[in-house]
Ligand binder design. Structure first.
Ligand SMILES: [Zn+2]
Length: 103
């Protein structure tokens, strides 16, 4: 039986998190600030899945139409900034598995 790998994952909770920039908008509303330019937007883009010992986080970014058009997620420099933001405000260190901690 080779089911142990699947069973290992089945106990985990799945948490969906929409990452947005802080605005004056109601925190539970559809429209939140774009992570990049703070313009209110209802658009979300799948970003990544981050797994801890007992939780699987599905991270979505509030990203407005313009920022999607500008492909800001195609730049590794921008990705780094977003990862730092998520780390700081959502306490999910989703960028820390890269080996870029040299000072
Ligand atoms: Zn934007």
């Amino acid at each position: 039986m080779y089911l142990h790998y699947m069973c290992k994952n089945s106990n985990k909770k799945i948490k969906k998190i929409n990452i947005c920039e802080e605005t004056n908008l109601p925190p539970d509303g559809w429209i939140q600030g774009c992570i990049w330019c703070k313009i209110p937007t209802s658009k979300t883009t799948y970003y990544k899945t981050y797994e801890t010992k007992d939780v699987i986080y599905t991270l979505n970014l509030h990203l407005c139409k313009d920022c999607i058009n500008y492909k800001i997620l195609d730049s590794s420099k921008n990705i780094k900034i977003i990862n730092n933001y998520i780390d700081k405000y959502y306490l999910i260190s989703c960028g820390s598995n890269s080996t870029s901690t040299s000072l």
